[in-house]
Design a binder for this molecule. Structure first.
Ligand code: ATP
Ligand code: MG
Length: 767
């Protein structure tokens, strides 16, 4: 296969010059990922051993896709390339080397829940106010320290950090960090950040290990380099030091993980670190229509801090970007679902050609509901992972204990599940005893008489023997048999089986699904060690997206913009374009944060190949209350000539989302009337003949008559009705009080909130 023919001259140069440091900083859709993919294929074609190649990607999905593409060129050899996310690759290395830094090889990986649960225990034990020492705050602070390679000792010794914590009135954060680190170590556990932090420790303290991996990874490549943090940057730099065959690709305009410690400085440092650096420029976008590329360029131009680059497209100019206004989040969902149906039938697309992207996971609800109503198949990516469900975590906690009984969070999770008379007080006692004698909880559980008072010794002995029996069985049985044995003997299967509610049944089915997955694993022929211990490794790193089940299904994809990075879809809907949502409320106070939100918007729109639709609602349920919303400033920033505006007239029961009316009328508006949509503007536009309209105007689709307002008949009105007021516009009656003819109505109006009106005077029209 002549893969080089599918590259333009710059891409080809970057693929063929495999020796020495190289960097490509280029706009979205310009083929950066394609360059890495072909470069790896090219290296293998040239005779480089795939075991000597390390490729770091941002998601597991990205590495899976890349491996598939490479295998089309080089065949089965693609299997041997070291490829994956930073976390998964270095977890794999730590499994081999962990003992050198004092961890057991079967160390547990604490997921975010485990870490926060441990922090909560520590805060309780230290008797700290958890409002002040908010667990998320502490978690983020520790995470930031680790990602900047600041150990707990350095944290405590650093005067600046200490002053900062004192200023924040949380002077004990460093002590919490210290305790947290010690507790993780004692439990044989690493959290997500440790996978990188400890790799750094390992490479720093063990030159022999460093040398081994430097020799191993002769060629390194990093995709989405703009989103690496200091900890990742340092690992890459160390590994590449011997051969310097390092190629990084990225786009500063797509840097969207600053909140997680990603540092744009890494791109600039790269030039400083490697004076011999080859820099390649990619300017042609192959992904999107010209309109989409132009819009993306015009958006990002509003950011002050960016490296200058040109991006152009030679694709067709394509449709204008559609902007749709809905009145509620439910109506928005409906618009999107209908839009998908319509586009699919009229243009012959598949469901998988569509993606709905949102700023926050919570927005998926309204979308899902609307898609379900129209029977549109969909899949949510990056939501609560299968492995994060309670019942799955419970069973996995038993597996974890089987292989690492020191795992404190697993003990806490299942010591009294199913119930066996070992409640919170007992757990507290065990923790206190373990702390006092500087031993693990497990050691206390195995010798209760020695360490704690009270009449719980029998139950604790039983629990200890149960776990020991699991460990013994695991040595005799294969992965599936062990898992089944544990599910049965722990009592979990029985517990869930007796729960006859719908949720209970679905939990039971989930356990069955996990067991099926393990069975499949136990029967695999392509790996040598198929034990449950191996299956368990790094399960905390798996996400929903990694499950095999619905690989090839034709479904619409729903995901946050963050998880859409690097992906592309023919049709993209970016929803919830409202102030305080996107840009998020938290970003409005500083230019840096706002610029990061704008980069996020840039990422969102550059996912689209053919058609991009932006939607917003003028009211939305947030934190349990109906809140009115303003359209996002990002829509305003787009030059009107690229836009096709569509505003949807509210229909009956739209505001409460109870069903949708068929009688929806749409009309488009001129740019001027866009921020404050007025029906009047639409009707004016409608009266003009096509010849009179300015070239850039967006033609109306349907005429909405200006209603004649007359004094209302108060008897007609009911609670919940959708109404229109001459001055206030569309609204919904949320309360009626008083008796005829003096009925007073409270009406919620878009953008105005509640207004009290005396119905006999108010000129209200029922819509
Ligand atoms: P992002 O910044 O979003 O990660 P990217 O720069 O990594 O984008 P790719 O995903 O590699 O871009 O490429 C975008 C699309 O353009 C892909 O569908 C890719 O196959 C296609 N493409 C890239 N280069 C070429 C080329 N020379 N000829 C034809 N198609 C190309
Ligand atoms: Mg890419």
């Amino acid at each position: 296969m002549d893969y080089l023919a599918g590259l333009n001259p710059q891409q080809r140069a970057a693929v063929e010059n495999t020796e020495g440091p190289a960097m490509i900083v280029a706009g979205a859709g310009s083929g950066k990922t394609r360059v890495i993919t072909y470069r790896v294929a090219h290296l293998i074609q040239k005779g480089v051993d795939p075991f000597n190649i390390l490729v770091l990607t941002f998601t597991n999905k990205a590495s899976k896709d890349m491996r598939e593409r490479i295998s089309k060129v080089v065949g089965a050899e693609a299997k041997s390339i070291w490829m994956g996310t930073f976390h998964s690759v270095f977890a794999k290395i730590l499994r081999v080397e962990a003992q050198k830094i004092g961890y057991p090889p079967n160390f547990t990986i604490y997921d975010t829940d485990d870490s926060k649960s441990l922090l909560r225990s520590i805060l309780r034990e230290m008797q700290l106010d958890d409002k002040l020492y908010n667990v998320n705050f502490v978690y983020n602070r520790i995470s930031a320290a680790k990602n900047n390679l600041i150990s707990h000792t350095e944290y405590l010794e650093n005067a600046e950090i200490q002053a900062e914590d004192s200023g924040n009135k949380r002077p004990l954060t460093g002590v919490i960090y210290e305790t947290y680190t010690k507790r993780c170590f004692k439990a044989g556990a690493m959290d997500f950040d440790d996978l990188l932090f400890k790799t750094n420790v390992l490479l720093k303290t063990h030159p022999d290990v460093l040398n081994k991996y430097q020799q191993k990874f002769r060629y390194l490549m990093v995709d989405e380099y703009q989103d690496t943090n200091f900890s990742q940057y340092t690992i890459v730099k160390k590994l590449a030091a011997a051969y310097q065959n390092i190629c990084v690709v990225g786009d500063d305009a797509q840097s969207i993980y600053a909140f997680r410690g990603a540092n744009i400085q890494n791109i600039l440092n790269f030039e400083r670190d490697y004076p011999e650096l080859q820099v390649y420029k990619l300017e042609q976008n192959y992904r999107s229509t010209q309109n989409i590329v132009e819009v993306a360029n015009s958006i990002i131009a509003n950011n002050k801090n960016q490296l200058e680059k040109n991006v152009f497209s030679e694709n067709e100019s394509g449709d204008r970007i559609k902007v749709q206004r809905a009145f509620t989040d439910n109506e928005e969902g409906k618009l999107v679902a209908e839009g998908i149906m319509q586009e699919r039938t009229s243009k012959g697309y598949n469901y998988k050609d569509f993606a709905i992207l949102y700023r926050t996971n919570a927005q998926s609800r309204a979308m899902e509901e609307a898609l379900r109503k129209l029977n549109v198949p969909y899949k949510i990516y990056g939501g609560l992972s299968f492995y994060q469900r309670k019942e799955i975590k419970d069973l996995i906690a038993y597996f974890r204990l089987t292989f690492n009984p020191g795992d404190e969070e697993a003990i806490k999770r299942v010591i009294n599940y199913p119930r066996r008379g070992l409640g919170d007080t007992t757990v507290e006692k065990i923790i206190v005893a373990a702390d006092k004698h500087d031993i693990t909880m497990w050691q206390v559980i195995c010798n209760p008489a020695q360490y704690i008072e009270g009449r719980i010794a029998n139950q604790l002995n039983d629990f200890a023997m149960l776990i020991q029996s699991f460990a013994a069985e695991s040595k005799k049985l294969d992965a599936y048999e062990t898992a089944l044995y544990i599910a049965q003997h722990s009592g979990i299967l029985k517990e869930l089986h007796t729960d006859d509610s719908i949720e209970g049944r679905s939990r039971y089915e989930n356990i069955q699904e996990l067991l099926n997955g393990i069975k499949e694993f136990a029967e695999r022929e392509d790996i040598e060690d198929r034990s449950l211990a191996i299956f368990m490794q790094d399960i905390a790193l798996l996400t929903n997206d990694d499950r095999q089940d619905d690989k090839e299904k034709d479904t619409v994809s729903l995901m946050t913009i963050h998880s859409a990075k690097g992906l592309e879809f023919k049709n993209v809907f970016v929803v919830g374009l409202e102030e305080n949502l996107f840009p998020s409320q938290m970003s409005l106070n500083s230019r840096t944060d706002l610029e990061e939100e704008r980069r996020l918007f840039y990422v969102a729109i550059t996912r689209a190949e053919k058609k991009l639709t932006l939607t917003y609602a003028t009211s939305r349920y947030r934190w349990g209350t109906l809140t009115s919303c303003e359209p996002s400033r990002f829509i305003e920033e787009i030059n009107a000539r690229y836009l096709e505006l569509e505003v949807v007239k509210p229909t009956k029961s739209v505001l409460d989302g109870q069903g949708f009316s068929d009688e929806r009328r749409t009309w488009t508006q001129q740019r001027d009337s866009f921020s404050k949509p007025k029906p009047a503007a639409a009707s004016t536009a409608n009266t003009s003949t096509p010849a009179q309209r300015p070239k850039t105007s967006i033609l109306p689709k349907a005429h909405v008559p200006t209603p004649g307002f007359t004094a209302s008949n108060p008897a007609e009105f009911q609670n919940g009705m959708d109404v229109e007021h001459e001055k206030f516009g569309f609204g919904k009656i949320v309360n009626l009080e008083g008796a005829l003819p003096d009925i007073k109505a409270t009406v919620f109006f878009q953008g105005l909130g509640n207004k009290q009106l005396l119905l006999k005077f108010a000129k209200l029209r029922i819509v």
